[in-house]
Design a binder for this molecule. Structure first.
Ligand SMILES: Cc1cc2nc3c(=O)[nH]c(=O)nc-3n(C[C@H](O)[C@H](O)[C@H](O)COP(=O)(O)OP(=O)(O)OC[C@H]3O[C@@H](n4cnc5c(N)ncnc54)[C@H](O)[C@@H]3O)c2cc1C
Length: 485
């Protein structure tokens, strides 16, 4: 019997767990370790942050689902990986620390034959002084944060209803943050709501971001087909912001927040401040901080992880100038270069480099988005890692038949821009591939037939449909496996 241990029950880890169990059945053991007792459909946190959904609508308890499927679930935090075990064990193990109240602080070593690290990001609020829901800004990165953001935003709306002007600031809270798409979506939803309440004259909404230009989204921007024309995402994003009455500051690295004021540096080397009544700023991402130890307890963390704690996989990490970046730098099977039975899926894997062009301010501060880490690739990577491991267990093969490079994979992003069955809106963007391949597509960097952008009511319906469809799938309800990632 083989033991497959999965760390993390987010989009990547939960997908991998469901697929592994379905393919292996009860002859092998699938174990999931994750500290939060709930699964959350993160993309819908935007609606929680607008008071349009309750946290209970975007999450569900993992334990009953895993019990039904025969997956062993440990509500705990993975602390360290021991790939070769120690003097007392034959196989590798992970040391976990329990998070559930009745076992709090208990420690256990969980052995594995195959390990999938799908622990997602550490939301690194500490990387920017004063950032985060415990300090002076809001966040929509988790359902708890989003519910708190809505409490703060409501206060703003109440003040506007009483005739008081309010300044709203949305964007990135660190010079190297990513996930611009989520912040973009939140800004459009706020603007839509303000317009609906006829409060435009009392609101100043500002977008602040480390992008060199609007519409970069951490993927170096894109050319999209829109209404039969080819449009750069810069124009696409600018026209949406104009329509929604949102101002923008780009090329900005936020470096400090105090009550009601953000400090930032721009690419021209100038230092500025921006006042706010409500701010939702995305933090930088890092790995969750697991350590790794060899057979004799020696620290081998740097063998498994890069400096920011994300896991090394089959990418080309050799430092090279932007001009030399290419599609083949990106990993295809997400296997540790050192250990054949350890993989990383979703945000937990270390990308070889950013996708957007690296930029430095005149003072030498790096100000650019790091590579975007969206849900669709996270789910697809979770699936192919699971499929390759199942092949290895069932047939003994060393090959990896299933591959999913972000330079060969498309992504669809539906950016909700207002809620409502009749009056809702969403911007739908598909890019193929995610990482531009200028050798294969010399004119546009991507396949222009599959790289499109449109905004309208149908997009809102799609976003809502996806909310219910992906939660249905995550609950492993009948025929869940027929729903793609
Ligand atoms: C507000 C918001 C909106 C978004 N909207 C979209 C969208 O519309 N479309 C899209 O494609 N993407 C979207 N994204 C991005 C998408 O949510 C992420 O790409 C996706 O969640 C990443 O999946 P993951 O499994 O790698 O990480 P996560 O979903 O973060 O899951 C990580 C898991 O690991 C667990 N974990 C953490 N530490 C440990 C540990 N030490 N040991 C064990 N387990 C651990 C966590 O509890 C969690 O279960 C959005 C993101 C945000 C924040």
């Amino acid at each position: 019997m083989a033991k497959v241990l999965i760390l993390g029950a987010g989009i990547a880890g939960h997908t991998a767990a469901l697929i592994t169990k379905r393919k292996l059945g009860n002859r092998h053991e699938v174990i999931v370790v994750s500290p939060n007792s709930n699964y959350q459909w993160v993309p819908s946190n935007i609606w929680v942050g607008m008071g349009l959904m309750k946290p209970s609508q975007v999450k569900f308890e993992l334990a009953p689902v895993y019990k039904k499927l025969g997956i062993v679930y440990k509500q705990a935090l993975a602390v360290s990986i021991h790939p070769e075990g120690d003097s007392s064990t034959k196989s590798g193990f992970v040391t976990i620390k329990y998070a559930s109240d009745n076992k709090k602080d208990e420690v256990e070593n969980v052995e594995f034959d195959f390990l999938i690290n799908a622990t997602g990001p550490k939301l690194n609020f500490a990387g920017t002084e004063g950032l985060g829901p415990d300090k002076f800004t809001s966040s929509v990165c988790t359902y708890q944060h989003a519910a708190h953001a809505w409490e703060n935003l409501q206060k703003c709306f109440d003040k506007m209803e009483k005739g008081e002007k309010q300044q709203i600031l949305i964007g990135t809270g660190h010079s190297l943050a990513t996930c611009q798409g989520a912040a973009f979506e939140y800004s459009l939803n706020i603007a839509f709501e303000i317009n609906k309440r006829k409060l435009n004259h009392l609101a100043e909404i500002t977008w602040i971001s480390n992008e060199y230009e609007l519409g970069d989204f951490g993927m170096g921007g894109a050319y999209v087909k829109r209404g039969g024309y080819i449009t750069p995402t810069k124009i696409f994003a600018e026209s949406i912001f104009k329509e929604y009455n949102i101002n923008w500051i780009v090329g900005a690295g936020v470096n400090k927040v105090e009550k009601g004021v953000v400090y930032y540096e721009t690419l021209d080397g100038e230092y500025h401040t921006k006042e706010f009544d409500f701010a939702m700023l995305i933090p930088s991402f890092a790995g969750v901080g697991m350590k790794a130890f060899g057979k004799n307890e020696e620290d081998i963390t740097s063998d498994l992880f890069v400096a920011n704690g994300l896991m090394k996989v089959d990418a080309d990490y050799s430092p090279k100038p932007y001009e030399d970046w290419c599609a083949t730098d990106w990993p295809t099977i997400y296997k540790s270069p050192k250990y054949d039975n350890i993989y990383a899926a979703g945000i937990a894997f270390a990308p070889p480099h950013a996708i957007s062009k690296p930029m430095k301010s005149k003072n030498g501060t790096a100000i650019n988005p790091t590579a975007p880490r969206t849900g669709m690739p996270s789910g697809v990577i979770g699936r192919i890692v699971a499929e390759n491991i199942c092949d290895k267990i069932k047939t003994g093969t060393k090959d990896h038949k299933h591959k999913a490079s972000m330079s060969k994979m498309g992504a669809a992003c539906i950016i909700s821009a207002g809620y409502g069955i009749r009056h809702g809106q969403a911007a739908v963007m598909t890019v193929y591939p995610i990482v531009p391949d200028w050798n294969k597509y010399p004119k546009w960097g991507r396949d222009i037939d599959y790289t499109v952008g449109e905004i309208g009511l149908a997009g809102h319906w799609m976003k809502l449909f996806m909310h219910y469809m992906f939660l249905y799938k995550a609950k492993a309800l009948p025929f869940w496996w027929m729903i793609p990632e």
